[in-house]
Design a protein around this ligand. Structure first.
Ligand code: IVH
Length: 697
């Protein structure tokens, strides 16, 4: 064969292979056996071997190309990758609809329902139609560049399909939309997002193989997908045979309905649910009854699905409503995850052991005889606290019903006490810590909606486990953000006696680290560099890092804003602390107690020597809201929520999330909700946006 002929044959083969990929992954049509498909790929590979200069980046042979990496590069997302709020049961999904209806009272909603796949969120960026980058969600803002691994997923096209104008017209796209789609395909960037998954069939095949080879098994198909994409060597990812479904088109083509994103994705050669050919997996619903029906159908038939699915995503179809509904926290209001209720199984509680948390709290955990719940084998169930054990009337040796609701750790629903033999044993919380032998104390803890309950704590501040958790928290992203000090390294440092508490971290030298087995000289240097970087810390993160019981990220920000310096915070009385809008008596006591302990005072002094704290800028604004707690409700037209909050804080006020007797003033925008009613009920002063803006002047 001469080169010219080879080129022709190569082009034809590529086209043919891509056509069958499209038939199979996008149109769900099996028109060729795996063996025949492989044989086409083999022929292509052979030709490319003979004429390497005829290899193009979008050739199907280039899916497993690159070398193994040392680590993934970071990618900043074009817009945040959000998450979804969950609704369990009909009541919660109805409540969501009522909430959004209040925000858009005149709108007539229709919904698009699709399956919620259990895999890993992935963003794909195509430039001039060719796959340029793939990224994980990461923290929502910055993800990891997993392009090499993404390319191994056959369901993902290496080059987008170019639909004809008439095809797009037939699919219902308007003239402007079509123009923009085609021109962006040609010369711009297109971003889509979706879920990378491992099908149940692949999961089972792989585990069978791994078992035979004596390799560790994959825990479930979701971990299978997530773990496979985080492999630094793309060859391993390729072996895992992942799949992909698109759920959104991020690039703005002026689409009017969410459903059109799916239609467009498919026209571009990407697998995606849409009501035409995958009728069963997605559906347009005119009202809530239809949504509930769709959910009920899949709750009943989920086992028949080829992939793991933990619920239905309900999307308000009208794209124009998104801006009106907005995003709360990290979740858009215009969509909701309507989850399936957990699956159940029975097993025996073989033991109850204790886990230790960063505040020293001891949590009982049930050791189960391993049992498969919803296709996943579990051996632990959370028990939360001693009260829960009493409530369940649980004894060691009991047969129980366990329920798994998508989480990794299942719950015990109830005890089948009729199956008792008389050999079951009562469980009591220990008087001494099983980890360190220190004394165990009982203390009040707030337990969410149920109010207060009693928790057991290890009183030994030197407890290895306590310190390990504390250190892990101290270095975490929302605290001092020291990269490279993962749990294994912290363990090692503690075992070597190099670090006992957080202040010790700042005494570490590169030479201390290099001899440790896990460190190559380079990474020791990097760790020291990131420790040094953390020596400049914003006060809120520093407060969070201290690991004070009940003080998380949010409370730390409130404390930082209110007190402004560590000196003032450490001198604050319980009463001073209680004056803050979001600080109740239990939290206030915990903070005051922490600063009163000699051991903590010493630690703080050492930390303050090592760390330069960045205090909030002194405000030049008139402190008109000094010592006041304000609550915002409804929509403000003139400024965003964040701007309003900042304006209040700059003027000395606190912003609380709910109305209580401590509230000094409520600022009500358009369509205020229940907070407004509560304020009226409590006789709290309410002002409108206009008056608020006047005050700010
Ligand atoms: S919509 C706002 N549609 O669920 C971001 N997400 O719990 C939601 N997921 O991170 C995107 N199937 O990884 C959407 N059909 C689907 C989905 C889906 C699975 C995942 C996604 C997201 C997570 C949120």
């Amino acid at each position: 064969m001469i080169k010219q002929e080879a080129k022709k044959r190569i082009d034809k083969l590529k086209e043919e292979i891509n056509f069958h990929r499209y038939q199979y992954h996008v149109l769900d049509k099996l028109d060729m056996s795996d063996a025949a498909f492989d044989s086409l790929k083999n022929e292509l590979e052979e030709l490319e071997l003979r004429w390497p200069d005829l290899v193009t980046p979008d050739s199907p042979t280039q899916r497993v190309g690159g070398q193994a990496l040392d680590k993934f590069k970071k990618i900043t997302h074009s817009e945040p990758m959000l998450s979804l709020n969950d609704a369990f049961g009909e009541e919660e999904i109805k409540a969501w609809v009522e909430r959004v209806q209040k925000l858009a009272p005149r709108a007539q909603f229709s919904y698009f329902c699709e399956l919620k796949l259990d895999g890993l969120a992935v963003a794909l960026i195509y430039e001039k139609g060719a796959l340029a980058r793939g990224a994980t969600r990461g923290d929502g803002k910055v993800g990891e560049d997993i392009t090499q691994n993404i390319k191994t997923i056959e369901a993902i096209p290496l080059a987008l399909r170019i639909p004809s104008e008439s095809e797009l017209k037939k699919e219902g796209f308007g003239e402007h939309q079509i123009k923009k789609i085609l021109s962006t395909l040609k010369s711009g960037a297109i971003e889509v997002r979706g879920e990378a998954i491992m099908t149940k069939r692949v999961f089972e095949q792989l585990n069978k193989k791994y078992k035979k080879e004596g390799r560790p098994l994959l825990a479930n198909s979701r971990n299978g997908a997530a773990g496979s994409l985080r492999q630094l060597d793309p060859k391993i990812t390729a072996e895992r045979m992942l799949s992909f479904f698109t759920y959104s088109v991020v690039t703005d083509f002026g689409l009017e309905r969410h459903e059109q994103e799916h239609i467009l994705a498919r026209a571009l050669g990407l697998p995606s649910f849409n009501h035409d050919s995958r009728k069963k997996y997605a559906q347009r619903c005119a009202n809530l009854e239809e949504v509930i029906k769709f959910h009920a159908f899949w709750a009943k038939h989920r086992d028949e699905l080829p992939f793991g699915c933990d619920g239905v995503v309900v999307v308000i179809d009208d794209v124009a409503l998104r801006a009106k509904l907005g995003v709360v926290g990290k979740a858009p209001r215009w969509m909701q995850a309507y989850k399936f209720s957990g699956e159940e199984a029975t097993t025996i509680v073989e033991d109850i052991i204790l886990q230790i948390g960063r505040t020293g709290i001891l949590t009982p955990v049930a050791v189960l005889r391993p049992v498969s719940v919803g296709g996943v084998t579990v051996s632990r169930a959370s028990l939360h606290n001693e009260d829960e054990i009493r409530r369940l009337d649980l004894k060691i040796g009991d047969t129980v019903i366990v329920q798994r609701a998508g989480d990794v750790i299942p719950d015990i629903l109830r005890v089948l006490s009729k199956l008792r033999t008389g050999k079951e044993r009562e469980f009591h919380m220990p008087k001494i810590c099983p980890m360190c032998g220190g004394k165990v104390e009982k203390r009040a803890v707030s337990a969410g909606k149920e109010g207060k309950s009693v928790g057991h704590f290890c009183a030994n501040k030197n407890c290895f486990a306590v310190n390990r958790r504390q250190l892990g928290h101290f270095v975490s992203k929302s605290a001092m953000d020291i990269e490279g000090l993962g749990p294994k390294i912290i363990d090692q440092l503690m075992k070597e006696g190099l670090v006992r508490d957080s202040a010790d971290i700042y005494d570490l030298k590169e030479g201390d680290l290099t001899p440790l087995a896990r460190f190559a000289a380079k990474s020791a240097k990097n760790v020291i560099e990131s420790i040094d970087k953390s020596r400049q810390a914003p006060i809120a993160r520093f407060i969070n890092a201290l690991g004070i019981l009940h003080v998380g990220e949010e409370t730390a920000i409130d404390l930082a804003d209110h007190f402004g310096s560590m000196e003032k915070l450490s001198e604050a009385s319980e009463e001073d602390l209680s004056a803050l809008a979001n600080v109740g008596p239990v939290v206030a006591q915990s903070i005051a107690q922490w600063f009163s302990e000699a051991k903590n005072q010493k630690l703080l002094a050492r930390l303050l020597k090592a760390v330069k704290i960045k205090e909030p800028k002194v405000s030049k604004k008139k402190q008109i809201f000094k010592n006041m707690a304000l609550v915002l409700t409804g929509e403000l037209a003139g400024l965003s929520r964040d701007q309003a909050k900042a304006a209040i804080r700059e003027r000395g006020g606190d912003v609380a999330s709910s109305v209580s007797v401590k509230t000094s003033l409520v600022v009500a925008g358009a369509e205020p909700g229940s907070k407004h009613d509560k304020a009226k009920e409590l006789g709290v002063k309410i002002i409108g946006e206009e008056e608020f803006l006047k005050l700010l002047k």
